[in-house]
Design a binder for this molecule. Structure first.
Ligand SMILES: [Fe+2]
Length: 227
């Protein structure tokens, strides 16, 4: 026993740098709430500061915290070889992981200098796959308004077919993880995204959000996924 303790002591004494590095690695693996690239009030009058503050600092933060907790439990279950526990944690991983992924994309899809229409390659692809920008806008709006309960409307890229697609996902199901489409533009249609300002009238929120879409960000995502 004493010999074993001596071995442990020598290991810790001689590997302090390694242990510190592993500690850093473990802490880096924790997810954190990303800062918004603009102020909470920057999207007014289209999305109120109150909505943005609650949405980011409470709702998104909760997904991040719960994702970290779930991952910890998942690591423990993996270490124990407890497959039942791993399976039972998967819905929480999908919900909170999806919530973190979706909102992280959403904040960058919006901008106080947004609105208008995209240009270049993305606009050409929209015209090719939807006929016109107007048709695309109508389609994504209809799909988003039509989500029953909570979910997201998406513009995604189908890498296999090389085309753009519009679809909806329920709850916090992440687009790529559940459909294979690469996310370009997501519209959050959970009530927490609009209720304080638009009450139950989701179509009014949808009408307003087009004024703050960051087409530069959506275009950059399109260019990146085509490489
Ligand atoms: Fe949300």
């Amino acid at each position: 026993m004493l010999n074993k303790m001596r071995v442990f002591f020598l290991f810790f004494r001689n590997n302090t740098k390694l242990i510190a590095a592993l500690g850093c690695l473990a802490s880096r693996q924790k997810h954190s709430l990303p800062d918004l690239p603009y102020d909470y009030g920057a999207l007014e009058p289209h999305i109120s500061a109150e909505i943005m503050q609650l949405h980011h600092s409470k709702h998104h933060a909760a997904y991040v915290n719960n994702l970290n907790v779930t991952e910890e439990k998942y690591k423990e279950a993996l270490a124990k070889g407890d497959v039942t526990a791993q399976v039972s944690l998967q819905p929480a991983l999908k919900f909170n992981g999806g919530g973190h992924i979706n909102h992280t994309i959403f904040w960058t899809n919006l901008s106080p200098n947004g609105g208008g229409e995209p240009q270049g390659e993305l606009m050409e692809a929209i015209k090719r796959d939807f006929g016109s920008f107007g048709n695309f806008k109508e389609k994504l709006t209809a799909v988003s308004v039509g989500v029953q309960g909570s979910g997201w409307g998406w513009l995604g890229f189908n890498q296999g077919q090389g085309c753009l697609q519009v679809t909806a996902c329920y709850n916090q199901d992440p687009l790529q993880g559940t459909t294979g489409l690469i996310p370009l533009l997501g519209i959050d249609v959970w009530e927490h995204a609009y209720y304080l300002q638009y009450k139950n009238v989701r179509p009014d929120y949808l009408k307003a959000i087009w004024n703050v879409i960051n087409w530069e960000n959506v275009s950059a995502r399109y260019t990146a996924c085509k490489k």
